[in-house]
Design a protein. Sequence first.
Length: 146
Amino acid sequence: METMTTITETSTSRWTQQKKEGELFREIQQWKSSLRFLEDEIAFMEHLLDSYVFEPDTPILFDRLQNHKSGLQNIEGAVKKIQDQIYKHENMLGGILECNTAPFDIAFYRRHERLQFEVDFCTTSFGGLKTDIFSYAGTILKKRKP
């Protein structure tokens, strides 16, 4: 079983090592852009949940809104943590490119793959939460009177 894990890690690492420096840099920029967009969406969702557009007599409205707010705060914290890791990773890439003699080591590629996974996971998690919020909010919005 351990041999299979090693083979999988090695084959994945070989695939990643074939990436050029410019491609790694573009991926990092894409992550940063995606996370900034996610921050804007989180801010919108927080404003929506704090607004007074919901029917006040909805059962357990406060609890449901608090659960959604808590989920947004968790994702917001994860985004900040990932952004810090990306900043450090980007600086490492810059240092490696400046030296021009230091090869990319396997640890750098593993960090790059892990960050890609974390960005994807955070984006997917937010997408699920956003769907839940819109599904719930759509049923309890105040109706506009004609």
